[in-house]
Design a protein around this ligand. Structure first.
Ligand code: ZN
Length: 334
């Protein structure tokens, strides 16, 4: 996807003015919530910067030599750096390799473009190897760093980039766009909720597998509280390669937050799975809930690191079971 999303029009026009006035910065930091279209805009900008005859609105024309190579993912002046399949961090070698290639003169277009996504997954050696290129790239070049967590970037990296903040679109904007992308428009509301309001994340979650996981998770959490499910098996299922551990934990966090709010408001939910979970947990001491919530936030932070996710889930699920009653002996489940 490399189109300009409705809520990015203003950002796009600002960038186009800079290209026209030849004031395009060498280094940009695109930051904002995950799933709101930073990568799709960075690709649209890359296509535009490499194109030989941009359209009136500044987009890549789609048929020049550069655009054709861009679409075929074989443009030698474009470097897209992302963690390799199955990895959660960018390797130092990937960044060093890009830095080296970035020092050559462009081969096809008038400039070189690199996109680093997400920039916060570079360790300090990788980030340091990028500093010189960020400061003074050789020749015409634009480097785009994408970040969902700009505060965790090295200050030396942040200070060398022109920052572009991406807002989360309004619920109305997000629903209108999402409705147009889904085969079944009636699912837009549920899926946007699953994605905490981030429309591109919602679209990624719209596959049947994700919705089925969401439903099954809710059932498993109820069954765990009733002593009818095995936390070891549930943790094993949650650790499937097809599922994103952070998303799984964020869904649990959404439910826990809703239950805590309801305990305070004394206004039980009518929607599942929250109403079933609330019934089973309504007598739980708030302090224990807050402790669980803290532990869950910690697990969310760890879920983007290389820790063993299955063990992370197991520990958390055993604490989840303890919320419902007396501490259970984990060995009885084996
Ligand atoms: Zn073109």
């Amino acid at each position: 996807m490399d189109s300009i999303l409705p809520w990015q029009q203003q950002i796009w026009q600002g960038l186009q003015r800079r290209i026209e006035q030849q004031r395009m910065p060498h280094a940009l930091l695109l930051h904002g919530p995950k799933g709101t279209g930073k990568k799709s805009l960075s690709l649209a900008l890359a296509k535009s910067l490499l194109c030989e005859q941009r359209t009136k609105s500044g987009e890549g024309c789609g048929h020049c030599n550069s655009c054709r190579l861009f679409v075929a993912h074989t443009h030698t002046d474009l470097h897209l750096l992302e963690p390799e399949e199955g990895k959660s961090v960018l390797a130092v070698d990937q960044v060093r390799g890009m830095v080296e290639k970035f020092s050559y003169t462009p081969q096809i277009a008038n400039r070189k473009v690199a996109i680093i996504n997400p920039a916060e997954t570079m360790n300090s050696s990788a980030a340091n190897s990028l500093l010189k290129t960020l400061e003074e790239p050789s020749g015409e070049a634009v480097l785009m760093l994408i970040s969902h967590a700009p505060a965790s970037l090295l200050p030396t990296i942040r200070s060398r980039c022109q920052q572009l903040a991406f807002p989360q679109p309004s619920r109305t904007e997000a629903l209108a766009w999402l409705g147009g992308q889904l085969d079944d428009k009636s699912m837009a509301d549920t899926i946007l909720g699953m994605a905490e309001g981030a429309p591109l994340r919602a679209l990624a979650l719209s596959g049947e597998g994700q919705q089925a996981h969401y439903q099954q998770m809710a059932e498993e959490l109820v069954e765990l509280l009733q002593g009818r499910a095995n936390p070891i098996r549930v943790a094993y299922r949650w650790n499937s390669k097809k599922l994103d551990p952070t998303t799984t934990l964020r869904w649990l966090q959404q439910w826990v937050t809703t239950i805590i709010k309801q305990q305070f408001s004394n206004d039980p939910a009518t929607t599942e799975p929250v109403s079933s979970l609330f019934r089973l947990l309504q007598r739980v001491d708030r302090k224990r809930f807050f402790l669980f919530s803290d532990r869950l936030n910690q697990a969310i932070r760890l879920s983007t690191t290389p820790v063993n996710k299955e063990l992370l889930f197991e520990g958390l699920l055993l604490e989840w079971i303890r919320l419902a009653g007396d501490p259970l002996d984990a060995s009885s489940f084996r």
